[in-house]
Design a protein around this ligand. Structure first.
Ligand code: VAH
Length: 313
């Protein structure tokens, strides 16, 4: 590892990227974390920022060498609901973006990669409760197919080219500092904004749709922990199961009512219901706990309290 790590976050303006850049800059220093997205955003005012298209290998290589980057967090992707509307772009962006970054490490231009997978790699015939790290995976969405293929390529590049790529299967992520990015779990962020603004929310998933979720501070902690772990502790080189909280729209609505007693929720399932029904309800993350000490800090009550406190300000 370089004594002075230089980090590039691709997709820095997205739901995860926005918070990850802040956290990485706290740890590594503002000038050592270059934010990058396909369009210029206000992050440029807070520190080094590059407009770059992850699908353009030449442009990406130029940014990496100009800043002497040695670590890349690749967060740019089309998420589940969006990729179903644009399957070809979803596959191309999610795969070509990954190959462009993997090849930079294969050519020893960078040393370490973080690439997110998702519980979307699991499909309708995967065991739904306490889904194991190694199990049947037949994803039925473009996004899930791209994440499953991406996991296979990460493991291939690790074994074949000794590329140090690390990955987590994120559940649905909930945070107050950034908007969700076009996924099926986005309802769990929208519900907070609607509850505070309008005291009512029409949910696009049915009331008992339990899904694996996680509060953003836990997701950011896990992301940085796996990237800082000694290489020999990272035994799974496809992608680690990661677990935080599992809940349904009904359960999170009940928790919100403890803060806004006259909050009401209605249900109008749309095409995203079919995606959610293909995913597990809870995840077994014991491999991550065993290999590099993963431990979530937020449960549903603590997350809701923190979301309400921050959003009401
Ligand atoms: C999505 N938020 O809904 C993402 C995530 C597990 C869900 O991958 O597509």
């Amino acid at each position: 590892m370089h004594t002075k790590d230089k980090i590039l976050v691709i997709g820095s303006s997205g739901q995860i990227g926005t918070e990850l850049v802040h956290k990485l800059r706290d740890i590594y220093g503002v000038d050592n974390v270059i934010a990058s997205d396909i369009k210029n955003t206000n992050q440029a005012k807070e520190g080094p920022f590059e407009v770059a298209n992850v699908m353009d290998a030449h442009q990406l290589g130029e940014v990496v060498t100009r800043h002497n980057v040695n670590q890349v967090y690749l967060l740019a992707a089309l998420l589940s609901a969006t990729a179903e509307k644009m399957p070809k772009l979803g596959w191309e962006l999610n795969m070509q973006g990954l190959f462009n970054v993997l090849d930079l490490a294969k050519e020893k231009i960078i040393e370490r990669i973080y690439w997110p997978s998702s519980i979307a790699v699991f499909g309708p015939n995967t065991p739904k409760n306490n889904t194991p790290q190694f199990t049947v995976m037949e994803p039925s969405t473009v996004y899930g197919i791209s994440k499953q293929a991406g996991e296979r390529w990460c493991e291939y590049y690790f074994h074949k080219y000794n590329v140090d790529v690390r990955s987590l299967r994120y559940p649905g992520l909930i945070g107050w500092q950034s908007a969700p990015g076009g996924g099926t779990t986005d309802y769990a962020v929208h519900i907070f904004h609607e509850a505070i603004k309008n005291k009512t929310y029409e949910c696009f998933l049915s009331e008992n749709t339990t899904l694996p979720m996680m509060y953003m501070p836990d997701a950011i902690k896990a992301t940085i922990e796996i990237m800082q772990a000694d290489a020999d502790k990272v035994k799974v080189r496809s992608s680690y199961n990661l677990a935080g909280i599992s809940f349904s729209p009904k359960e999170i609505a009940e928790e919100i009512k403890k803060h806004i007693p006259d909050f009401s929720i209605s249900y109008k399932p749309d095409s995203r219901q079919q995606i959610a029904d293909s995913w597990p309800q809870s995840i077994d993350a014991s491999e991550a706990s065993k290999d590099w000490g993963w431990k979530p800090e937020y449960d549903l009550k603590r997350m809701t309290d923190d979301m309400m406190k921050n959003l009401k300000q």
